[in-house]
Write a protein that binds this ligand. Structure first.
Ligand SMILES: [Zn+2]
Length: 472
């Protein structure tokens, strides 16, 4: 992968946005990419990569099914194919796997998407690394695909966390429904500790409310989320499950809230609202029910839309719609089951069932079954996914200007990346002040309008320093 020259970094064409359906294959992201083009939806291609199975190493179907859905997460896979992870590995991070899981994952993904006649691949390297870092996922014992997915995404996030030194940030609660500015501040605080491709793609923000039912005192707190874990009911569809999940509910006795006014544990209720919606939405249908007395699997069919899942009514901030591209299925019972996945291939735009080494093309209508356990949706109402960069906005001078030493102009880790050839005059404003205070409302219609970055009054045009995304 060639890095952009500084000229590329400042050229207008570097922020040109194009309709995903017309997008060429040759879009190359470079290390400080600002936006990842949304290429989920594209015209069918002649080639069909990504159709390689994964060998089962003894009850590892729950891992294989999760890998295939992640592998078909187009922007994540391209990030690895373009070797961007090599520039962002954070092996010093004590929460990371020292890059071991990420490197193994990247090698596997690149093999899965290589043009090849290979029918299947042995994922032993990645699975060994997963087991090394979390012995819970021991060989020969079937585990929960959702737990594996949560662990894997968490490790990828920490391995690729662009934050080298996490500052201490105090958690804030509010006694009244917070506003947009407070939401932006909470998100910005989160980014001070967490910035990675995983945050860029998978994370959203919710606001959680607790209310004392004796004195009515309320407490609001912003949180980030990577999945919606939905309890399911019989004869309900996905939208009804989401509504039910977000409905205010009384807390049971074991989980009562300690009210700050009553200064004791009181009868209370909770409510969740979504605020910022993620680019990739993972929905976990809670089919496995565990209570003190019994465990069971709920096998009801939950109807879910393939296209235009609309979450606009559930978000305080954003209007967005989603299309389905992956499903992890669990068939069988709680104690004896099997995982497979259904994924839409970005090249052929067709659906396939991945059952370890076996892959078969399926009809769209075969995707919806009562085995569906985890659903993967991509936001279809935007044409690119933004990098969640924090503190970095710079005015960029032309490439002929002499560059001050990087260490003298930039503090923090973001620019401590070798071989960066950006021409940056100075660090001028923080995203906290500029970018994040602008409400990000996306139209319900599939607007392909470019979100132009507006220059600050009296200053040269402002770009993200990371705008060296090259579209060839
Ligand atoms: Zn109270």
């Amino acid at each position: 992968m060639g890095l952009c020259t500084s000229k590329d970094a400042v050229s207008e064409s570097s922020i040109r946005r194009v309709h995903p359906l017309n997008m060429e294959n040759s879009v190359v992201l470079t290390i400080n990419y600002a936006k990842i083009p949304n290429k989920f939806k594209r015209l069918p291609q002649n080639k069909s990569c990504g159709l390689i199975g994964l060998q089962n190493l003894g009850n590892t179907c729950y891992i294989n099914a999760a890998i295939q859905c992640l592998s078909n997460t187009q922007p994540l896979t391209e990030y690895f194919q373009q070797n961007l992870h090599n520039h962002e590995l954070n092996i010093e991070n004590p929460l990371s796997s020292r890059g071991q899981i990420t490197n193994a994952y990247a090698r596997l993904i690149c093999s899965l998407w290589k043009e090849s006649y290979q029918k299947s691949i042995n994922p032993i390297e990645l699975i060994s690394m997963i087991q090394l870092w979390n012995p819970f996922f021991v060989m020969n014992s079937q585990q929960d695909s959702h737990e594996l997915l949560a662990f894997l995404l968490d490790m990828l996030h920490e391995d690729l966390n662009r934050v080298k030194h996490k500052p201490y940030i105090e958690e804030k609660t509010y006694d009244q429904q917070p506003n947009q500015q407070q939401a932006n501040k909470a998100w910005s605080d989160y980014l001070k500790r967490n910035r990675s491709i995983i945050v860029d793609l998978f994370q959203g923000q919710s606001i959680n409310m607790l209310q004392c039912m004796v004195c009515n005192t309320k407490s609001y707190k912003f949180e980030t989320f990577m999945y919606l874990s939905l309890p399911i009911q019989q004869d309900a569809d996905l939208i009804q499950c989401i509504s039910e999940y977000l409905r205010e509910e009384e807390l049971d006795e074991a989980n009562q809230w300690h009210c700050s006014k009553c200064k004791s544990v009181k009868k209370s209720k909770k409510g969740i609202k979504l605020w910022k919606l993620p680019n990739i939405l993972v929905i976990h249908l809670k089919r496995f029910k565990f209570t003190a007395n019994y465990r069971c699997k709920l096998r009801w069919l939950i109807n879910f839309p393939m296209y235009n899942l609309d979450l606009s009514n559930y978000s305080e901030q954003e209007q967005a719609t989603y299309d389905l591209y992956g499903v992890i299925n669990h068939s069988g019972t709680l104690h004896s089951g099997h995982y497979t996945s259904n994924c839409k291939n970005k090249d052929t735009q067709k659906w396939y069932n991945f059952d370890d080494t076996r892959i078969k093309e399926i009809m769209e209508k075969e995707v919806l079954t009562s085995d569906a356990y985890l659903l993967f949706y991509y936001k279809n109402s935007v044409d690119s996914y933004e990098r969640q960069s924090e503190v970095i906005r710079s005015s960029i001078i032309n490439s002929s200007a002499s560059l001050p030493k990087q260490s003298s102009i930039i503090h923090g880790s973001y620019f401590n990346i070798p071989h960066t050839k950006l021409s940056i005059s100075k660090l001028c404003i923080s995203e906290t002040d500029q970018q994040l205070t602008t409400p990000q409302i996306f139209g319900k219609k599939k607007s392909l309008k470019t979100n132009k970055l507006t220059p600050l009054p009296g200053k040269k045009p402002i770009f993200f320093a990371s705008d060296n995304q090259k579209i060839q």
